[in-house]
Write a protein that binds this ligand. Structure first.
Ligand SMILES: NC(=O)c1ccc[n+]([C@@H]2O[C@H](COP(=O)([O-])OP(=O)(O)OC[C@H]3O[C@@H](n4cnc5c(N)ncnc54)[C@H](O)[C@@H]3O)[C@@H](O)[C@H]2O)c1
Ligand SMILES: [Zn+2]
Ligand SMILES: [Zn+2]
Length: 346
């Protein structure tokens, strides 16, 4: 089969590799029908994720058709359409029993396209299939379900739920990439008073408006702290979501929260950020961090099937799988191409 293979920092190829087989009793082999690229894949290609080694097939998001299952698999069978989530769960360890699948101790967690071969391929082997894939609901397009493999649960769980967004809240979202936009979409479910999106790129702020931000601030031109304080009687946001992954954005998110406010960090950070405890100790703030667990995936699937979440709007570009390298170029040049999510199909 063909797959997108990582060959060390800066190197990747769409090349012929062996087709995966069922190895463990709980495995499923899934024929990939639709697959996408994540910002995290770009981090890997820069060499930021050293656990990913030469020869690894990338990708942790897919929708496909089950091709084969091991003898222990009970809930899916050959021919079923499934969502392959970015998080795999053994289902039995302490953390899985708490719904904290991202921290799975039994060999799951974020493994696809990281510690084992991933989804950017014609076929993928998914361990612990019973607790790691989700049936695609009838009447929902595969490419829409694909948006639930990573970005939607991440924005919802690590941004909106960790940030405890409540009706009437002012929510400031720093970074309006696919993850920040998912947090905006998820926050809307809770009837916030106002959503303020902050980004350096006008194209991303235009997207934020389409996704439901009430106010947008380009922080290359405008001071976001002054803008948020103007809108909140000088207090700051009830909830500040960090969806970038750089020190400046984290420090901005902390500054934007009101006394007693909540700061939900989503970004993957590669460098230390300063927490100004000499200013913050007195402000009663709560800071959360998190790796997505995907415990919300069944809820989000119901919301998509019920027409309450229009996730199709994330998809800006479509390619056949043979054009994987071109799709990477378009996705990596988001400022120039306006790309949010690219979908590759057979
Ligand atoms: N915690 C998790 O489980 C999890 C899961 C998936 C992704 N992530 C992380 O979430 C982050 C966002 O992902 P994405 O795919 O949306 O990334 P992205 O790169 O597409 O978007 C980031 C946005 O931030 C903007 N930006 C950059 N610097 C900024 C600054 N100083 N102030 C304001 N805006 C700034 C960029 O213009 C861009 O629009 C990444 O760090 C990603 O690795 C975390
Ligand atoms: Zn991802
Ligand atoms: Zn587990």
């Amino acid at each position: 089969m063909q797959a997108l293979v990582y060959h060390g920092p800066g190197h990747k190829a769409w090349e012929e590799v062996p087709k995966p087989q069922v190895i463990e009793d709980g495995d499923a082999v899934v024929r990939v029908d639709a697959v996408t690229i994540c910002g995290t894949d770009l981090h890997i290609l820069k060499g930021d994720v050293p656990a990913v080694t030469d020869g690894r097939i990338l990708g942790h998001e897919a929708v496909g058709t089950v091709e084969a299952v091991g003898p222990a698999v009970r809930t899916v069978k050959a021919g079923d359409k499934v969502l392959v989530s970015c998080i795999t769960a053994c289902g039995t360890c302490r953390f899985c029993r708490e719904g904290r699948y991202g921290q799975c101790l039994g060999g799951g967690g974020w493994i696809l396209g990281h510690r084992i071969d991933g989804t950017q391929a014609e076929y993928v082997r998914v361990p612990f299939a019973d607790t790691s894939v989700y049936p695609v609901p009838d009447g929902v397009a595969a490419e829409e379900v694909l948006m639930l493999a990573d970005i939607l649960p991440t924005g919802y769980e690590v941004g909106v739920l960790n940030g405890a967004v409540r009706p009437g809240d002012v929510v400031a979202v720093v970074g309006a990439g696919p993850i920040g936009l998912s947090a905006i979409m998820g926050a809307r479910l809770f009837s916030p008073g106002r959503i303020i999106a902050i980004d350096l790129a006008d194209s991303r702020l235009e997207a934020a408006e389409r996704f439901g931000a009430d106010t947008v601030v380009n922080n290359s031109r405008e001071d976001p702290l002054a803008a948020v304080r103007d809108l909140t009687g000088g207090l700051g946001a009830d909830v500040a979501v960090e969806a970038v992954g750089v020190p400046d954005a984290f420090e901005a998110a902390v500054a934007l929260a009101r006394p007693g406010g909540r700061i939900a960090n989503i970004g993957v950070h590669g460098a230390p950020a300063t927490l100004h405890l000499e200013e913050q100790w007195i402000r009663d703030i709560t800071i959360t961090t998190g790796l997505v667990d995907t415990f919300s995936t069944p809820t989000l699937l119901r919301l998509v099937a019920g027409g309450q979440l229009d996730v199709g709007r994330f998809i800006t570009h479509r390619f056949p799988m043979e054009e994987f390298l071109k799709a990477y170029d378009v996705f990596a040049d988001a400022a120039g191409t306006g790309a949010l999510k690219v979908v590759l199909t057979r």
